[in-house]
Write a protein that binds this ligand. Structure first.
Ligand SMILES: [Zn+2]
Length: 198
């Protein structure tokens, strides 16, 4: 009897070179900027670093939740330095086990990159009161995604810019998120399958 074929590996994902660099920013310390304009839907940067469980993560404020029980710690690279905003120009995008930032809109050269830290956070022990992102949609707090106002949740869900563990946890807790569409330019990138199984 022939053995079952192993599943095909995911297509290799290449992050374009946007000429990313860091520079000091007020209040937040350091930030990440692109030397070249980034079109909406382009992958921006890949998160890298050691991955811990809830029980072993040494410092949650230095980590990003990347799975139901997985936190990726700082790497020393530029991916550590992308600041939070409640109305960010980038969002989280997962391909297989890897977590990236993707451009949620066209980003001009020299505009600071940001993403909404809350879009990775479910059951997160860490939160931040007094968000100073200064955007018009500022919620004033960086905390768990499922505690975010529904219209903010819906915006990220519609873009598909949420990691797998957020879809899974939302569904398990009866929070219905609808992926209204994906970003046009990344239609070829596999999207998270969790919400398609309803
Ligand atoms: Zn804010």
């Amino acid at each position: 009897m022939a053995a079952a074929q192993p599943p095909a590996p995911p297509a290799e994902v290449v992050v374009p070179d946007h000429g990313l660099y860091e520079q000091p920013v007020p209040v937040k310390g350091r930030g990440v900027f692109p030397a070249r304009a980034i079109p909406r839907g382009a992958l921006v940067i890949k998160f890298v670093g050691p991955v811990y469980t809830r029980d072993t993560c040494p410092e949650f404020s230095e980590a990003i939740q990347v799975g139901v029980n997985a936190w990726m710690h700082s790497s020393g690279g530029l991916d550590d330095l992308v600041n939070h905003a409640c109305d960010p120009n980038c969002g989280l995008w997962q391909v297989g086990p890897d977590t990236f930032l993707i451009a949620l809109r066209d980003i001009p050269a020299g505009e600071e990159l940001s993403f909404d830290y809350s879009t990775s956070m479910v059951d997160e022990p860490w939160s931040l009161e007094g968000c100073g992102c200064g955007t018009a949609l500022c919620r004033g707090v960086v905390a768990n995604f499922l505690d975010m106002p529904a219209d903010h949740q819906a915006r990220y869900a519609a873009a598909g810019a949420l990691p797998e563990h957020v879809w899974v946890t939302a569904k398990a807790r009866g929070v219905r998120l609808v992926r209204a569409g994906t970003l046009d330019a990344v239609a070829a990138v596999p999207a998270n399958p969790a919400d398609a199984a309803e």
